[in-house]
Design a protein around this ligand. Structure first.
Ligand code: AP5
Length: 214
């Protein structure tokens, strides 16, 4: 099964993707994580993406589609995958279709504007594993340390309030058109209330996936 998680910054795509991928033993394809990895490695792509991401803008469709197509060639994608934060433009969704990469279900995680900034400003991540915490909603056991490795947590460079507002704007202009794109397609589409608790959302998505498989 190929699953898409669509939603604004902070909607909980990454948080829920980690649970669902573990449940189903499928890889999480997060284009954001792939770009951050390229930045850490200081590859040419990383150097190009760094400034774009720091402004909250989108990396070009060609670059993203190239990355995703290459990732999908890996054997762990044979039984499916979960796209977290991809596609993000109609061009990227068309690119999937043109490459005959079918999608089974889209979950749109919806989040109120007030919560977006609160979620993002409190987010802390363990860089190496991608584990996600929140200082208020999902704090680590020890302040600012990862629960598993005890290494320090970081705040993402694009999580400042000004950049988050730019990312939300970009979401509305370039990504939100995918709502109608997929609603008007043959792909199963579910809206999920991202304002609910992590456990409630996880349980809704699990139930909906059972419906999709039936
Ligand atoms: P990306 O990394 O994809 O960022 P995003 O889409 O803006 O989403 P976030 O990671 O900010 O939020 P999320 O929904 O995953 O929330 P999370 O689970 O962490 O992209 C970053 C940048 O890369 C883009 O701006 C762009 O430049 C570039 N890029 C990436 N993909 C691209 C593409 N396809 N095309 C072009 N450019 C691309 O949760 C947020 C916080 O809330 C956490 O602290 C979490 O603990 C907490 N939380 C989660 N759920 C709940 C809950 N239910 N209740 C309380 N707290 C919760």
């Amino acid at each position: 099964m190929r699953i898409i998680f669509l939603g604004p910054p902070g909607a909980g795509k990454g948080t829920q993707a980690q649970f669902i991928c573990q449940d189903r033993n499928i890889p999480q394809i997060s284009t954001g994580d792939m770009l951050r990895h390229a930045i850490t490695q200081q590859t040419r792509l990383g150097l190009e993406a760094q400034e774009i991401m720091a402004r909250g803008e989108l990396v070009s469709d060609d670059v993203i589609l190239g990355l995703v197509r290459e990732r999908l060639r890996q054997p762990d994608c044979e039984l499916g995958c979960l796209f977290d934060g991809f596609p993000r433009t109609v061009g990227q969704a068309d690119g999937l279709k043109e490459a005959s990469i079918s999608v089974d279900v889209v979950f749109e995680l919806q989040l109120s504007d007030e919560l977006i900034v609160r979620r993002i400003s409190g987010r802390r991540v363990h860089e190496e594993s991608g584990r996600i915490y929140h200082i208020e909603f999902n704090p680590p056991r020890v302040d600012n340390l990862d629960d598993v490795t005890w290494q320090p947590l970081i705040q993402r460079h694009d999580d400042s309030e000004a950049v988050v507002r730019a990312r939300v704007e970009v979401y509305r202009e370039q990504t939100a058109p995918l709502v109608d794109y997929y609603k008007n397609s043959a792909v199963r589409y579910f809206e999920v209330d991202g304002n609910a608790t992590v456990d409630e959302i996880r349980s809704s998505i699990r139930k909906l996936l059972i419906v999709v498989e039936a």
